[in-house]
Design a protein around this ligand. Structure first.
Ligand SMILES: [Zn+2]
Ligand SMILES: [Zn+2]
Length: 388
């Protein structure tokens, strides 16, 4: 039998600059700050320096690098773009061109070889290991997925001057703040090194923990998870299953109660006039995604319960009928609301009153369909688990 030799797999070269930086910063941050605090104590300004730099940098990464530049989930003006580019650089996670290119590739090829932080290569690789290797591609090849950013003069400016911006905003700025109390080293350690390390691992948790732990309510097609405890740790980026399913939505925590500081920040920026048009996925599509995942889970449970064929078919057809009824009731309700908001200015008072009644009726139909769906779920939940 002729064996066709497989092409040699190109070994990635180690990136010693990144390795040195990523290993040295935690040592300086923990040992250096600990030593300095032990010898000189801690002042309120150092804690404030850390907290303020942490919030500005974290928001520039999640609201700016991620949701604005990578996913275009809303529009924003030049002042806010400049803030995102300067404070995004202080996270020391590369220029926005590199960051957005990697992240778009992650979404497009999630869990595949081309995914830069592929979770199937291990949690540690997805968290930090991938940064230790050089990207062999030339910029023209690498940046073929960010044509919009290559046309953006501010984003190109940040890429060109990335290193000076890092030196000034990441290290010189917190040192200068420390000088107010005559403690420049304290400023550098708290607002510089310690803050960089915390922001790094906050961001890295999205590539590792948010692909390992949590639930998948919107899509079972990839490893991304919704995880409530990652929300407060990551400025709201923990609802990653929703994000992978609806990446252009400005929210990651789509439910009003889900802790997503970045969605509230974006709404605040819209309110203050610095941003516009936050995009939302249609509610009908979001509901459909949830129902389909739920229905797949229930069918798998029924399969495992080894019920008689006829009973299984009956339950599955009730499930599908209920899901279709709920999706259609949602579509009719959304359509009535859309028509009303689009055309109400051209209508008479009587016409508006009739449409308001129509909307109320469709809302009631939607609620009835939703109760029916919940009843089906309860019926499925009563099916006993098969004994192991
Ligand atoms: Zn992801
Ligand atoms: Zn994303």
């Amino acid at each position: 039998m002729n064996m066709i030799p497989s092409p040699p797999v190109a070994r990635k070269k180690l990136n010693w600059v990144n390795i040195t930086f990523m290993c040295a910063t935690p040592v300086v941050a923990l040992a250096g700050t600990g030593w300095y605090a032990g010898v000189n104590g801690v002042t309120w300004l150092e804690v404030a320096n850390f907290a303020l730099m942490f919030m500005l940098t974290g928001m520039a990464i999640t609201g700016g690098y991620h949701r604005y530049y990578t996913h275009r989930a809303y529009d924003c003006g030049k002042p806010l773009q400049l803030f995102y580019l300067v404070f995004g650089a202080t996270a020391v996670e590369n220029s926005v061109l590199n960051w957005a290119s990697d992240h778009r590739r992650h979404h497009r090829f999630v869990d595949q070889e081309e995914d830069p932080y592929n979770i199937l290569k291990g949690g540690l690789y997805a968290h930090i290991g991938w940064i230790f290797y050089k990207d062999a591609r030339r910029p023209r090849e690498k940046f073929n997925n960010i044509p919009d950013l290559l046309k953006d003069p501010l984003a190109r400016w940040q890429d060109r001057w990335y290193l000076p911006i890092v030196l000034l905003a990441t290290f010189a700025l917190p040192t200068y703040v420390g000088l107010i109390q005559g403690r420049p080293v304290g400023g550098l350690l708290w607002g510089g090194f310690l803050r960089i390390v915390v922001v790094h691992h906050m961001t890295f948790l999205i590539n590792s923990a948010a692909h390992l732990y949590g639930s998948r309510p919107y899509s079972l097609r990839n490893s991304a998870r919704d995880n409530w405890w990652l929300g407060p740790l990551t400025f709201g980026e923990g609802y990653h299953n929703f994000h992978h399913a609806f990446q252009a939505d400005y929210r990651n925590g789509v439910r009003w109660w889900q802790f997503d500081v970045t969605k509230w920040w974006i709404l605040a920026m819209v309110g203050l006039g610095f941003a516009r048009r936050p995009r939302r996925a249609p509610e009908g599509l979001i509901l459909s995604a949830r129902l389909r995942v739920e229905s797949q889970r229930l069918k798998a449970k029924l399969e495992a319960a080894a019920k008689p064929e006829m009973l299984r078919e009956k339950l599955v057809s009730r499930l599908e009928a209920s899901r279709e009824r709920l999706e259609s009731a949602m579509a009719r309700y959304q359509d009535a609301k859309l028509q009303y908001h689009r055309r109400k200015d051209q209508w008479s008072a009587e016409m508006r009153r009739q449409w308001a009644a129509q909307i109320a009726q469709r809302k009631a139909e939607f609620r009835t369909a939703r109760s029916g769906w919940r009843e089906i779920i309860r019926a499925f939940n009563r099916i006993p688990h098969p004994s192991p």
